[in-house]
Design a protein around this ligand. Structure first.
Ligand code: F6R
Length: 241
């Protein structure tokens, strides 16, 4: 595991975005795993900038998103599908038909999970997965638990996640369930980038890097992966030895 510390979140985001560009330059038809939330937003701004400057093209890239809320329309501003379009996909030359995200409105959600897992495998697996981290150590929506949920599955969100994210929901109650890629779906990615900023992430980063490797702190499991880069700013990295 590589830890890359920068004074600011902008510094971290710039370095992480260059790692993503390098991946796409080396393999034009890379399969990228994307995350939503505030953590990767600056990375996406840099990717848009590099695309506009002609440094990188996403024409042949396939995308898979980590997670989506259950019971929300793709067109709703709080859906993760909308987030990705708004913050990245509509600003770059990626083929929108190759941008995959779980359908939180599927009639058969279990089947949707199975199909999603198969779709990742048929695309050849994820080359590079981008992750944020929850204040409770969750990755994707893999919440702290006694056991690992390996594959894409439906999850009941914890109160801490609802407390962190409900501020974004103004016109509807925040959903209490989501579909998320599982820990094994994430661990199968060839390369993983985790980005964290701000003091509220410092404890989760510290426990993930130095504590017990346990599904009770889902990000700690990333230490078993051979190629993980953790990008932290000074605040998120303040307990790093
Ligand atoms: C989002 C996701 C979540 C977030 C995490 C951090 O797709 O999977 O695990 O990465 O909740 O959220 P932010 O970045 O908003 O602090």
């Amino acid at each position: 595991m590589k830890i890359i510390r920068s004074a600011t979140h902008f510094g971290s985001s710039k370095k992480a975005s260059l790692e993503i560009c390098r991946q796409v330059l080396i393999k034009k038809d890379s399969v990228l795993g994307f995350a939503t939330g505030s953590s990767p937003m600056e990375i996406y701004k840099y990717l848009i900038q590099y695309y506009k400057e002609g440094l990188v093209t996403f024409k042949q890239v396939t995308a898979f998103n980590l997670d989506e809320y259950v019971g929300i329309e793709k067109t709703h501003p709080n859906s993760y599908a909308y987030f990705m379009k708004d913050n990245l996909f509509s600003h770059i030359d990626i083929d929108i038909n190759k941008c995959n995200i779980e359908n939180g409105l599927a009639d058969d959600l279990e089947q949707e999970c199975e199909n999603y897992e198969k779709a990742i495998d048929s695309a050849g697996g994820i080359d590079l997965q981008i992750l944020g981290i929850g204040t409770n150590g969750h990755i994707g929506f893999n919440e702290p638990s006694d056991k690992i949920s390996a594959k894409t599955h439906i999850v009941k969100l914890t109160q801490s996640t609802i407390d962190s994210n409900s501020k974004y929901f103004s016109d509807m109650q925040m959903p209490t369930k989501a579909i998320t890629m599982g820990i094994a779906s994430i661990m199968k990615a060839k390369k993983i980038i985790l980005i964290a900023s701000g003091k509220e992430k410092a404890q989760a980063i510290h426990e993930s890097l130095y504590g017990e490797i346990t599904p009770k702190m889902p990000a700690s499991i990333l230490r078993l992966h051979p190629d993980v880069s953790v990008y932290v700013d000074d605040e998120a990295g303040k307990f790093i030895i």
